[in-house]
Write a protein that binds this ligand. Sequence first.
Ligand SMILES: NC(=O)c1ccc[n+]([C@@H]2O[C@H](COP(=O)([O-])OP(=O)(O)OC[C@H]3O[C@@H](n4cnc5c(N)ncnc54)[C@H](O)[C@@H]3O)[C@@H](O)[C@H]2O)c1
Ligand SMILES: [Zn+2]
Length: 358
Amino acid sequence: MKTIRVSIKANRYDIIVGKDILSRLGPAVKKLGIGTDAFIVTNPLVRRRHGAVLVKGLQRHGFVTHIIEVPDGEKSKSAQVAFQVISRIAAKDIFKKPFIVAFGGGVIGDLAGFVAAIYKRGIPVVQVPTTLLAQVDSAIGGKVAVDLPVGKNLVGAFHQPRLVWSDAAVLSTLNQRQIRNGLAEVVKYGAICDCKLFDTVVAKQTALLRGDSTAFVSVIATCSRIKADIVVADEKETQGLRTILNFGHTVGHAIEAADGFKHFQHGEAVALGMRVACNMSVRLSLLKEKEQSAVDQLLSDLGFPRKIRSLRLADILKSMRHDKKFVSGKKSFCAFGTDREGQDCRRGIDVNYRNGNS
Ligand SMILES: NC(=O)c1ccc[n+]([C@@H]2O[C@H](COP(=O)([O-])OP(=O)(O)OC[C@H]3O[C@@H](n4cnc5c(N)ncnc54)[C@H](O)[C@@H]3O)[C@@H](O)[C@H]2O)c1
Ligand SMILES: [Zn+2]
């Protein structure tokens, strides 16, 4: 079991990464003293696959558990579903000390975290991420949100979890497309600041694509450490540091939006975005061609496409102009690269993108 301490001033918390640790959540939560009643927000699929182990583990340590199921999928990240969840908690929350357990992928983490942020002006939330994407990314950092019909994540808050409990064993029930979805973020961390991680993904790609939990423990712990360090340095994205995590996301988000969030998974769009960012970096002489090739090759080996055939470039550029990070007619573009020869692997650039002409 690996422990990563997130030392945010207002709320210090740990990220625990291990294998077959789901049943051991109870004592860790008990130590935190955050409440008596666990409101477990999840969806039917995750509950069916892994719910019993989690629930028994909490009950064994004296917690009263209430399961709140929401339908699977992004559509549950809505204000309506959030208020339904709140109503169900409120109905059972009489003279109780409630806390929320967000048990699922990024959708559940964002929704349940948002509920925890606003119910009674904030109650504790424990993140128990069950997808690779959620374990390496969305469960860490305190960004919680629901979507509006006009755009994703438009209503949200910063609400740090009291604990993140990442069990690599639950990844064994993910399908390969979902594993690959999370691997795009892992490649991102390797490219922006950890050559060793990048090389590990190259070396262990077959085991990782298979969902091998032993191979995943150290990868998830490394990614969690990287994200935690960046979040501690720039919790609310005011210092410009957290922007480094957007590598591949400028174009990635635009692809997802132009596609209407239908066919591309987030990681697939980000993988294409990383290819574009690396390409730009080479053209701007900020990245060596061989480093670009290494990223391109790894993405291809992991099964990410090189080209998009189903979308028009004009639509992608149009989506980019509607991105919420598009400020004063300028698009702040992040392009980063690995540098195996230099001392410091972390570097970045902002390219201003004006009026659709890049
Ligand atoms: N808050 C943040 O910082 C942040 C960062 C990145 C992404 N996100 C959000 O995360 C969401 C995407 O998350 P996601 O990719 O995890 O998608 P998801 O939560 O929809 O999960 C993907 C699918 O996997 C299923 N699933 C979950 N765990 C499983 C398991 N162990 N075995 C089998 N199936 C399982 C889910 O039921 C779902 O069908 C988006 O809404 C995105 O906006 C948030
Ligand atoms: Zn992402």
